[in-house]
Structure formats: structure tokens, C-alpha cells
Write a protein that binds this ligand. Structure first.
Ligand code: ZN
Length: 310
């Protein structure tokens, strides 16, 4: 089990205004800012990581808030819906809380599980789902969001594709997922290697428009592995399936590989180690601007160029 893909590691999306993004996720949704750093390829842009107390893989949603970027379009070739697991009986609380902020909320059901759908301030499509599986993950709590309502972490992520078949093969033949269920044009894949954040849905829609990656859309999804040895074993697997994949990249808080699956979605594989406490104490996570070492020498320039968060 241990050398398998352990469900989702993180999901990375694009936002516009940094402060609006930070306030929505930490205040309205009550997840913890576990790391405040910059885009390693574009240090004038923040990179926010939101998750549980320690940023456990499977709870981490990250954003590049590119101020002034236009609004993207959710469409084929991308992850289009992020599903969070919430406790049974909490959907009314969330519906009321979101509607009090003039956010439109739709109620629904997928594979027998009750959910609400809404968008964040940039248009990113979120679903809060009352899972039928028990979810014992310990949530981050705030004054307004207590354990009977707090987000547990990811339930699933939905990819929208023109053709499902080749992507489904990557999930089953390379990443160790099994086909689990189908309803209409939605197929669900699950890995047995872990009990949470273990679901990928595919919506096949040949007539849908291709997505455009800008604010309010997902940039990539990352799958979780235990360590670098497992990571590199997956690199070989992806290569031998005839797909291109990057070398190992050090992201400071994990090691990563990236490859684009045949349906167009950017996939990453990321390690558990070293984690978010490598450069900040647990109690202080997210409270300091952390920079990768190549940018420490220009810290004051970077701090001046970043948008204000207060
Ligand atoms: Zn990533």
C-alpha cells in the first residue's frame, strides 16, 4: 500500500486579488493559511497554501493570486470542481453562511451524497459534500466554524474532458485507481490505498468548450506519494506509458513531478516530505512570508512588490 498513490496531495488554482482570496478561504470557509510564500517562477506573486492545522496532504488547496489577470473559463481539459468533505448535517449551516454573503448556493446530490455547489469570489467551482464514508480527519477550527461544520479536506475532484478514455487509463493503469461508478456522463474512480481524498470524477462532455486557465480556474491537481523513492518509481511508470514528465523539482515543502495527461489536465505527483513545518513552527504556520533560498537576497524588493494583505 505504502508505495502507491495516496489520493490527492493538493490542488492549485488561480485567483485575482490576493487579499480577497485570503479572506474568503481563511474567514468565510475557515481553513488555515499554512504557508505564505511566492510563486517560485514569479516571485512578485504570492503563493498561498490553505489546509488543516499542519497542511496534511489531501487538505491542501493552493492559489496563485495574479492580480489583474482576467477571469478564466471552466471547460474541458481541466479540473473543474473541487469537492470538500463536510460533516453530516452541516450543509444548512454552510448554505446560510454563504448566502449571507450574497453567494448563490445550489443544492444537489451526486452518487447518493448530498452537496451544495457555489463559486468562490473568482468563480472557482466548489462543492461541499456530506460523505457517506466516515471522515475522521481532524479539522482546523475558528471562532465561527467549529468541529460540527468544519471542512475535513478534499472529498473528490472533478475533471471535465472531451474524451474520458485516455485519462481514465492513466488513472487506472498508472496511478492505481479503480473505476467505481457511473451516472450519466460522470464516472467515478477511487483508490483503495487511502480512505479520504481518494476520489476522482470525470465528466465527459464532447460538446463543451475548452477551458481557459486564468482567475477562477484550477491550474493543476497533485497526487500524493509517501517519499521520493516512490515518486521516482512513478516517474518511470509515466515514462514507460509514453508520456512526457519533468525531472524531480524541489518545491521546498514537497518534491514534485509534473506531466500533462492526454485529456489536457496538468497532473503533479508530490511527496509527503518534508512538509510545511520545515521552515516554520506549527503554531506559526502561515504567519511569516517564507521565501525559497534563491530569493532571500532580494527579500526587501519582493516584499515591496507584493500586494498588501491588510
Ligand atoms: Zn502543485
Amino acid at each position: 500500500m505504502e508505495n502507491k498513490i495516496l489520493g490527492l496531495h493538493h490542488i492549485t488554482a488561480i485567483a485575482n486579488l490576493a487579499k480577497r482570496n485570503l479572506d474568503f478561504y481563511t474567514h468565510t470557509l475557515g481553513v488555515r493559511l499554512v504557508k505564505k510564500t511566492v510563486n517560485f517562477d514569479d516571485p512578485g506573486t504570492y503563493h498561498f497554501y490553505f489546509g488543516d492545522e499542519i497542511g496534511t496532504p489531501g487538505t491542501i488547496l493552493t492559489f496563485f493570486p495574479w492580480e489583474g489577470i482576467g477571469t478564466g473559463r471552466n471547460g474541458t481539459g481541466m479540473a473543474t470542481h473541487i469537492g470538500y468533505s463536510v460533516p453530516k448535517g452541516s450543509l444548512t449551516f454552510w448554505k446560510n453562511r454563504l448566502e449571507a454573503q450574497q453567494i448563490a448556493v445550489e443544492e444537489g446530490e451526486i452518487f447518493g451524497e448530498q452537496l451544495i455547489s457555489f463559486t468562490d469570489p473568482d468563480g472557482l467551482q466548489l462543492q461541499f459534500i456530506e460523505s457517506n464514508q466516515e471522515d475522521n480527519r481532524k479539522p482546523w477550527l475558528t471562532n465561527e466554524i467549529q468541529s460540527n461544520t468544519a471542512l475535513r479536506g478534499f472529498h473528490n475532484v472533478t475533471l471535465t474532458l472531451q474524451q474520458a478514455e485516455q485519462t481514465a487509463k492513466v488513472l487506472t493503469d498508472i496511478l492505481g485507481y479503480d473505476f467505481q461508478d457511473q451516472a450519466g456522463n460522470r464516472s467515478r474512480f477511487a483508490t483503495k490505498a487511502i480512505e479520504t481524498a481518494n476520489l476522482i470524477d470525470i465528466i465527459e462532455d464532447p460538446s463543451a468548450k475548452r477551458g481557459h486557465n486564468a482567475a477562477g480556474t484550477n491550474h493543476h491537481i497533485a497526487f500524493r506519494v509517501k517519499d521520493e523513492e516512490t515518486l521516482m518509481a512513478y516517474r518511470e511508470k509515466v515514462l514507460s506509458a509514453g508520456l512526457q514528465i519533468t525531472p524531480k523539482i524541489d518545491r521546498d515543502y514537497f518534491f514534485s513531478l509534473y506531466f500533462r495527461e492526454p485529456g489536457g489536465v496538468l497532473f503533479e505527483i508530490a511527496t509527503d516530505n518534508p512538509g510545511f513545518t520545515r521552515d516554520e513552527a506549527l503554531a506559526e504556520l502561515g504567519s511569516n512570508l517564507k521565501l525559497p533560498k534563491q530569493y532571500e537576497g532580494i527579500r526587501s524588493d519582493i516584499e515591496k512588490s507584493l500586494p498588501t494583505l491588510s
